[in-house]
Design a protein around this ligand. Structure first.
Ligand code: AGP
Length: 613
């Protein structure tokens, strides 16, 4: 979604803002803009389209002089992508400039009230309402801080705001509610940003703004205030990511880099949690006594994280024998779930900022459930709101299509399931030992799926099948959950229509869509169900489908008899097999997308972190 960068220092602001915005491109956007305070006046440059358009328009920022400014990449919500709807927005008076992430829910009412006061609007955006509201109060009070406070007290919805005032050439005010915002401490310069990569080149020392907090800063000083306007001391946190982690590092795309980073991400996530043969989840309080009283576990998430939840249902029910349900976060709140303190609600999110997931978490807490979050971004809203958090140590994930975050979320699910089963005594010693060993070996096994030979096989089938118009992913049991993720990847990056069905469900309707040349990707890694999946493959082949089968190396010969194409993965502990079967599907989507000429890291209409409902 939208991205914000702000800078106050001694260097020229515009090139720094543009470079920072380029690091936020992964969030998804359709226009970009900057406002630089040129000592006497606010200078705005903004343009629809890629950031490069703005860079060309401003000679990479060199044409807009000034040492303080705010920048923005916009993902349209109110009003189509256009030059005029791009941020920053100026107040009607021209005194106030605003960049905004989030949605102002009462914008229509506020707009009507401001128009009634004679204030004119130029865009269709909700953000211009904020600019005009601050402008209105600034006219009335002559005080920038008071004006922002008054405006913020009247707006409803979610926002991270960066605000400049023409009369104060050295001040930026920023406010946050339900949309991420960080403050970065530099030497003789300071920053704000939506996310760490935007400022990582300049500083690794940051503070995360909490709900309702405001920061007022210039090049050399900073003050933080809570929602009541009282000063607060903020903890300074050291970012441990290296700059390289947020760069492409020789790969053509972040997505490919992140696929190949999976063995490392798995190692970083798993190895600190296995100590002397025992699974250790630091800071997690899930006692046997508590777990015995849990009547149902809910897993709540969106998109790929929801598909991890679907897998987790199989894994947790099998090992812990507690009824478990996966629910899409966007549906959770409005379904009036039957939840109280006897429920454990597990929230899964890479970004930790997804609006629907955060809202579901708050609802679960309100209903009295114990909440546990599996999150990748340290200090994110979900990490802070949940009662307990287990981090996936995937490192920064930049590509919109998630890969290594999915793998590490799944790894945490395995660790958690085994940990809970151990507490509950629902897993015998021998099985527990096999899980621990299997998890320790998982990163190495993932490496085996990323060898040149395996990748070339995927490239071959991608170049053979990329021209198809429709694809079906079928599989049974945990394979069916991996199919959901494989199918989503193909839609996201290759814009190829695809559906995922449990293989046994196909003949209850969707098989009517199988015709000559329909692509069917069949997963057959669950050995006890192998023959049944083969029978399903025969059914679709009889109707003309081209079948690409993903199976275990030692079952390939048998599968070859049915499928047109075969991709193989090594045999590991059966319950952990999904961690490997996923990888060829990620690669397949990536190479199909390349063959179709798609912009893999910036897929159309998508945003990395979806901070609006
Ligand atoms: C996956 O490739 C997606 N881009 C998307 O489905 C994502 O998983 C979803 O929006 C949830 O995001 P989160 O993990 O940051 O909460």
């Amino acid at each position: 979604m939208c991205g914000i960068v702000g800078y106050a220092g001694k260097r020229q602001a515009a090139p720094i803002l543009l470079e920072g915005l380029s690091k936020l491109e992964y969030r998804g956007y359709d226009s970009a803009g900057i406002c630089i305070h040129g000592e006497k006046s606010l200078q705005i440059a903004k343009a629809k389209g890629r950031l490069q358009v703005l860079c060309d328009q401003t000679e990479n920022g060199n044409a807009v002089k000034g040492i303080i400014g705010i920048g923005h990449t916009r993902w349209a919500t109110h009003g189509a992508p256009s030059d005029v709807n791009s941020h920053p927005h100026l107040s009607d008076s021209g005194k106030i400039a605003v960049v905004h992430n989030g949605i102002i829910e009462n914008e229509a009412k506020l707009r009507t009230q401001l128009i009634a006061k004679g204030i004119q609007f130029r865009s269709e955006t909700d953000t211009e309402v904020v600019a005009n509201l601050v402008g209105y109060y600034y006219e009335k009070t002559g005080n920038f801080v008071t004006a922002v406070r008054k405006a913020v007290s009247r707006i409803e919805g979610s926002y991270a705001l960066g605000i400049l005032c023409e009369d104060l050439p050295d001040t930026i005010i920023a406010v946050k509610k339900d949309s991420p915002l960080i403050f970065g401490y530099g030497e003789g310069e300071n920053f704000i940003a939506s996310d760490v990569p935007a400022i990582l080149k300049h500083t690794q020392l940051v503070s995360y703004l909490e709900e309702g907090e405001m920061v007022i800063f210039n090049a050399s000083s900073v003050r933080f205030f809570d929602g009541n306007g009282d000063p607060v001391e903020k903890k300074r946190e050291q970012i441990t990511w290296e700059l390289d982690a947020a760069e492409r590092g020789g790969y053509d795309h972040f997505m490919l880099k992140e696929i190949f980073e999976q063995p490392k991400a798995l190692r970083d996530t798993i190895s600190p949690r296995i100590q002397k043969g025992e699974i250790v989840l630091d800071g997690i309080d899930l006692s046997a006594q508590y777990l015995q009283d849990v009547r149902k576990i809910y897993l709540v998430a969106c998109g790929s994280a929801y598909y991890v939840s679907v897998l987790a249902k199989y894994i947790i029910e099998k090992t812990c024998r507690i009824p478990t349900e996966a629910v899409m976060a966007s549906e959770f709140r409005y379904a009036e779930p039957v939840i109280d303190e006897r429920n454990l609600v597990i929230i899964i999110s890479q970004s930790g900022e997804t609006a629907d997931t955060l809202a579901a978490l708050r609802e679960a807490k309100r209903l009295g459930a114990k909440t546990l979050a599996i999150v990748n971004v340290v200090g994110s809203a979900i990490a802070k709101t949940a009662d307990q958090t287990i981090y996936t140590w995937a490192g920064p994930e930049i590509a919109v299509a998630t890969t290594k975050a999915f793998s590490t979320q799944l790894a945490v699910v395995y660790l958690l399931a085994a940990y809970m089963a151990r507490q509950l005594k629902t897993m015998d010693e021998e099985t527990y030992r096999a899980w621990v060993t299997g998890l320790e070996q998982l990163p190495g096994e993932a490496e085996k799926v990323l060898t040149a030979e395996k990748v070339e096989a995927v490239q071959y089938y991608a170049s053979r099948y990329y021209g198809h118009h429709d694809a079906f992913y079928i599989g049974r049991n945990v394979d069916s959950a991996i199919c959901l993720e494989g199918s989503l990847k193909l839609k996201e990056v290759a814009y190829l229509h695809s559906e995922a069905y449990p293989a046994g469900e196909l003949k209850h309707g969707p098989i009517s869509l199988i015709e000559n040349g329909t692509l069917v990707v069949a997963l057959a890694t669950v050995e006890p169900l192998f023959d049944k999946t083969m029978a399903n493959i025969r059914e679709v082949k009889a109707r003309g489908a081209d079948v690409l089968c993903v199976t275990l190396e030692d079952m390939a010969q048998e599968a070859q008899k049915q499928g047109d194409g075969i991709l193989t993965i090594p045999r590991i502990l059966p319950v952990l097999q999904p961690s490997l079967s996923l990888i060829p599907l990620q690669l397949f989507s990536y190479y199909v997308a390349l063959n179709r000429g798609c912009d893999v890291d910036k897929p159309r209409n998508l945003a990395k972190s979806v901070t609006v409902e």
